[in-house]
Design a protein around this ligand. Structure first.
Ligand code: NCD
Ligand code: ZN
Ligand code: ZN
Length: 346
């Protein structure tokens, strides 16, 4: 086996669920899933059920809990319900904070801003170099791009899923606006047949589109319209997913890297693209600090089957269960400390 070294990868969009929903995930299990998946730096989202990260106290609590429990580095995106803009200046100065997340369309959690005036208020108040991340599609996305333009804010569009949204982002970039975009691998890889077979276990926001959208998404990934890959690791228990109205979201930390190697294997991407999408661009866009003496090692040609050695995520499933992927992290070293050896967490 010939192992190649890579930097510890960065995932700028994960939901580690602590506090509030530690039945689904917590900083221990979520960070173990990250490290197993080849990531040494993750940015956690603020939509914790019942405990959204919208006050400095909640933020401090997360920083403390992650510091005690996580086995990799964890940074945070602050949340907003539109009523906490007075807390922004203390928050954007916090070195653990990497962005502000605005939920502008319905998804998991209680954070939703639908009122345009309120959204304008938020964009105006976030007077920081740190990006505003948006969950929003179609008209909502266009509104956010306009607001970002008006107030000269950096905007990161999360989980792009449709050809229309790709077009809007491409146009904004042509006008040299400071907009970046991320994509998930469930939106790129799950076919309509997979979505049908998986039922609630493929229920996610934004919903997974058809072949036409997917082809455009691949193009946008290859031509640089999409800047980075984010897992949107959104664990929910099997029990919750089996309900008649299940929560939206699928886990992704343990399959993102393997799916990207599958894309390389199929000639859709090159090795250099993986480094660009999971390291260079996330690092640059979110200004992630260096992690000295940190690397991962893997064999890009070595296949493995998702789920065969179990899951680290507490939810214990994946929409890619049983898929043959490539290039599992065999070694992970963070600041000189070995976390994965021979493909197993130590
Ligand atoms: C995410 C979750 O479960 O927290 N769900 C999802 O369907 N993607 C929230 C989000 O990222 O929109
Ligand atoms: Zn979202
Ligand atoms: Zn998300």
């Amino acid at each position: 086996m010939s192992l190649t070294r890579f930097p510890g990868f960065i995932d700028v969009h994960v939901h580690l669920r602590e506090p509030g929903a530690t039945n689904k995930e917590d900083f221990t299990s979520g960070s173990r899933a990250a490290v197993k998946g080849g990531f040494t730096y993750v940015l956690d989202m603020p939509n914790n059920p019942g405990a959204p990260t919208i006050t400095p106290e909640r933020l401090e609590e997360k920083i403390r809990l992650a510091g005690q429990k996580a086995i990799c580095d964890v940074g945070f995106h602050y949340g907003t319900d539109g009523h906490n803009v007075n807390t922004f200046p203390t928050v954007w100065q916090n070195p653990y904070v990497y962005g502000l997340k605005a939920y502008c369309d319905h998804t998991t959690g209680e954070l939703l801003i639908e009122d345009e005036m309120q959204l304008e208020h938020v964009f105006k108040a976030w007077n920081s170099e740190k990006p505003i991340l948006v969950h929003g599609q179609g008209e909502t996305l266009s509104t956010c791009i306009e607001l970002a333009q008006t107030f000269a804010r950096r905007l990161h569009v999360c989980h792009v899923a449709t050809k229309e949204d790709v077009e809007v982002i491409r146009e904004a970039k042509k006008k040299k606006q400071l907009v970046t975009a991320g994509i998930t691998l469930h939106h790129l890889f799950l076919s309509p047949a997979d979505v049908k077979r998986l039922g609630n276990f493929a229920l996610v926001k934004p919903e997974i589109g058809g072949k036409e959208d997917q082809n455009i998404l691949w193009e946008a990934l290859q031509d640089g319209t999409i800047d980075l890959v984010e897992s949107d690791h959104a664990p929910h228990t099997k029990k919750e997913k089996k309900r008649t109205s299940p929560p939206f979201g699928v886990p992704g930390l343990e399959t993102t890297l393997g799916l990207l190697w599958k894309a390389v294997h199929e000639g859709k991407l090159e090795q250099a693209d993986i480094i660009r999408l999971l390291y260079d661009n996330p690092k640059k866009i979110f200004n992630i600090p260096d992690q000295p003496a940190t690397y991962i090692a893997l064999d890009p040609k070595k296949p493995y089957v998702v789920g065969h050695d179990g899951y680290e995520t507490k939810c214990g499933w994946s929409p890619f269960d049983g898929w043959e992927l490539y290039g599992k992290a065999e070694t992970v070293v963070l600041r000189g400390k070995t976390l994965v050896q021979a493909g197993r967490l130590v």
